[in-house]
Design a protein around this ligand. Sequence first.
Ligand code: CTP
Ligand code: CA
Length: 230
Amino acid sequence: LEGIFAEPVLAGRRVLVTAGPTFEALDAVRGITNRSSGRQGWDIARAARDAGAEVTLVAGPTALRTPEGVRRIDVVSALEMHAAVMGELGQARAEGRPYELFFGVAAVADWRPADAFEGKWKKGASPEDPYRNVRWVQNPDILADVARSPFAPQAVVGFAAECASLEAYAREKLERKGARLIVANDVREAAGGTENRILIVSKDATQAFGPAPKRVVAEAVVKAAAAVLG
Ligand code: CTP
Ligand code: CA
């Protein structure tokens, strides 16, 4: 019933969403991830669907069920998420039905272990043990690469979960990544609760929204993004 009352601000539009954490392998059984539940991305995907969009969700490992009517592509690592997103953009363009809107909601690992070991590390005890000497390499920035791709959707929206200086960090990310909007929230406020409060930062404005139920916040974000599309 959810979608029945929503305004069809994205009727017929194609929308690509990343959501959830990524998992970066250390060896065959271990890796590094983060606490993202995927819920915010799921809320955005549902709100876009309810606004009439055709939605593809590129999802890191989560325990959530696929929202009804949404196409889901499962990935594990940041590199896989990057490849899936770029592949979708290129394929949609080749089909003559490009994505018009991108929401980067995923909590993408900034770094990955330089060389994941195929087997399982043993406990060991020497200074040469892999546990003590993980080398890290930076992952590609999916949002920035989407915004600067020749296949870039008309509007690219990023998210920023911060612990301090919300607006300043959001504005810095807007410029550095080339996004049209950055949606910022305070992780300490947002974590766990059912309500959320956000700032929607664009080149020449900052708009505060909430506190409101997370689903309502997602609708507001989708409306702001639809307004950019015109
Ligand atoms: N993002 C991305 N790919 C990455 C890192 C981040 O697409 N490798 C996206 C996130 O999905 C989010 C936005 O960029 O939409 C902001 O992520 P964030 O981690 O806040 O930005 P960083 O540039 O990684 O800065 P930092 O972690 O230092 O705050
Ligand atoms: Ca980061």
